[in-house]
Write a protein that binds this ligand. Sequence first.
Ligand SMILES: [Zn+2]
Length: 284
Amino acid sequence: MLLLGAHTSVSGGYHKALIKGRKLGLSTVQIFTKNQLRWVSKPISENAAGLYRKALSDDGGIKLVLAHGSYLYNFSSPSHSLVEQSVQSILDELERCAILELPFLVIHPGSHMGSGESDGIKRIISSLERVLEIDRGNTTICLETTAGQGTGIGYRFEHLREMIDGIGSGRTGVCLDTCHIFAAGYDIRTRSAYRSTIKAFDRVVGLKHLKVIHLNDSKGGLGSRIDRHTHIGEGAIGIKSFEYIMNDERFKGVPKIIETPKKAGGREMDSVNLETLRRCAGEL
Ligand SMILES: [Zn+2]
């Protein structure tokens, strides 16, 4: 069973994301549980949760729904108040995930804003440790690999390892984003480069921690540290890498989500990118 999906943000209720996903023939969908650019959102109403549950059980085709966290969080900031605001906000988001029974919440670890990587990583560890002590749900927080733009943490596999070890909870995992690791300098364009990058990931982080894969091609070149996603096969990564990933037995049960641009010249592109990936997997 291919767990292939798209990030789907729609207004007017979570159930609409499922309906959209079904139209695209998806088995998994990534959603925002609240406006990703606002600190405070209305609680989930009984009605919205009910509509969502009904759409999920009516559907049958969608096996897994996961969340992408707010863009405002920065657990690595030297500003105490920003870290505190991020902690309060992710606690709210985890409650939303519990209501919707989402197994994974993907977040960007944060940016140290010039205060240094080592201190930045320490702040991420202590704040997420606290979050997971307070929260009583079951959602796993997946730290995403990043491109290393600006002062972002998470562009080295070692960062992820340090954070997972430091937080020391069974409720952390990793989301590997193809665009981000490539921009961070990990090559996956040839079979041998792909093999050695995944081997390095396994050695440093451990494949058992890999919970989600984001499939995006990259506008920026290898090691450019530019986080710009583009259509599958049309960027600096190229189609071969996606064939390796889609056929890698080790990733069979891992949800694979596209976050590619939604449109190109007025044309809806999710169906095009998903078809490309299904072809890579030998399903078409
Ligand atoms: Zn991503």
